[in-house]
Design a protein around this ligand. Sequence first.
Ligand SMILES: Cc1cc2nc3c(=O)[nH]c(=O)nc-3n(C[C@H](O)[C@H](O)[C@H](O)COP(=O)(O)OP(=O)(O)OC[C@H]3O[C@@H](n4cnc5c(N)ncnc54)[C@H](O)[C@@H]3O)c2cc1C
Length: 474
Amino acid sequence: MTSTEYDVIVIGAGAVGENVADRTVQGGLSTLIIESELVGGECSYWACMPSKVLLRSGIALRAAKNVAGAAEAVTGELDVAAVLKRRDSFTHDWNDQSQVDWLNGAGIDLVRGHATITGVREVTVDGTVYTARHAVVASTGSAALLPDIPGLADASPWTSREATSVKNVPSRLAIIGGGVVAVEIATAYASFGTTVTVIARSGLLGGQEPFAGEIVGAALEELGAIVLTGVSPKAVSRVGEQVTIELDSGASVTADEILVATGRTPRTTDLGLENIGLTPGEWLDTDDTLLVTGFDWLYATGDVNHRALLTHQGKYQARAAGDVIVARALGRTVDDTPWGTHVATADHNAVPQVTFSDPEVASVGLTAQAAEKAGYDTRVIDYDLGAIAGSSVQADGYAGKARMVVDEKRKVVLGVTFVGPDVSEMLQAATFAVVGEIPLDRLWHAVPAYPTMNEIWLRLLETYGRPEGVSAQV
Ligand SMILES: Cc1cc2nc3c(=O)[nH]c(=O)nc-3n(C[C@H](O)[C@H](O)[C@H](O)COP(=O)(O)OP(=O)(O)OC[C@H]3O[C@@H](n4cnc5c(N)ncnc54)[C@H](O)[C@@H]3O)c2cc1C
C-alpha cells in the first residue's frame, strides 16, 4: 500500500523528475513521484526521442548519398512508413510500462494522477493528501505555447506532440516559428517529401550564432522547404482539409496542417501555486541549488524553472537538487559555491545544445554577441569546417563552419559553435573546454587524432595564435 508520508515528493515523472527521485532514494530518502500522464514525460514520447528518430533516417540516407561508392548503392527513396514504425518502437507505442518498471526497480513509489500543492510540504492527488518531511520538487515541465493569432485555435493546430506522434504524414505542412523545434520538424518532414513552409518572424535559430540559422535555412531550402523570414501570421482559417495562413506581408500560405512552434509555457497553471503564495502559470524561479525563491522546502527542476529547456540540463539540475535535498535532510555540509556539488552552475554560461537539423548545429557556452553583452573582452575565431582533412573524408563536399569565442583576459574558451554534418558528436570536447576553463596554451597539448573532424580545434588554436607561458605560471 502506498504511504501518504514521504521524505520527498516529486511532482512530474519526466526525465528530470525521475532523476531527482533516483538521487533522493539513493541518498536514503523515501520518495514518491506523481505523474498525470506517461512516466518518462515529454522527452520520451513527444519530444527528444521521437523527433530525433524521425530525423535520423533522412540524415543517414543523405549522408550515404554524400560519399562516393556508398552513393551508388543508394537506389531507393526514404521509406516513411518504416521511419514511423521505428519511431513507434522508441515510444513503445506510447506505453510507459518499461519506465514504470524502472521506477519500481529504483525503489521509487509512483502515484498516477494530477498533483496539486495544497499547503506547506503538502500535495493532494484525487482527494488523498500526501505530505513530505523534507522537500517537494516541482518537475512539471512545459507545454507548447499557442500564440494569440486570430483563428489559430479553431484551425486544429498541431503542436510538437502531433508532429512527433504523426501517423499519416501530410502533403503540406506550414510551421509557425523559427526555433529549434521548428527547424528540426521542418527537416524531418521535408525528408518525408512533405511540402514544408516555415514562417519565422525573424531569422532561424535566434539566440545562436547568426551563421547557424543562415546555413540551416539554406539547407532547408535545398531540401525543398520554403523558408519565409521576417513575416508574421496575421490570421489563420481552416476550411475542411485546408488551412490558410494570412501573413502581414499580404501573402498567404496554404497547407494541410499547421504546426505551432513558437515557444513553451510552464505547466504551473493547475499546480496549486496560489495555495502557497505563488502565481499560477508562471515559471518557478530558483537559486542555483534549485530551491524556489522564498521557500526552504519547494524545489523546481527541469523546464518548469526556465533555466535551460533541455533534457540533459534538467537532468543535471536533478542530480544537484536530489543531492542537496539529501544533504540538507541529513544535516550534511552543503556545497553551494559555484561549480560545487550541489549547484547547477553550468546553466548560466555553459549549456550544450544540439539542433539536429541537416547540417547539425552544436554549441556550448556563450555566442560572440552574448559574451560581449556580458562584458567580456572577446576575440572571435572562425574556421571553415570543410577545410579539415577529417571532414573531407566524412563526406564529399563537406561544408560547415566553426566559431570559438575566447575570453581575452583569461585566455579561455567562452563558447563554441559547430555547424556541419555529424558535428553533434564533437560537442563534448567543447563542453570540457568551456566548463573546465582550460587555458588556451594547455589546449595546444590536447592533440586531435588525424584525420578526424576534431582537428578543427588545432585550426582554431593556430588561427588564434599560441599564447605563451600562461600554464607555466600556474
Ligand atoms: C519537439 C521537441 C524536441 C526536443 N528535443 C530535445 C532534444 O533533442 N534534447 C534535449 O535535451 N531536449 C529536447 N527537448 C526539450 C525536452 O523535451 C525538455 O527539456 C524535457 O522534456 C524537460 O523535461 P521535464 O522532466 O522538465 O518535463 P517533462 O518531460 O514535460 O515532464 C513533466 C511531467 O510532469 C507531468 N505533470 C505536469 N504537471 C503535473 C501535475 N500537476 N501532476 C502530476 N504530473 C504532472 C507531465 O505529465 C510530465 O510527464 C525537446 C522539446 C521538444 C518540444
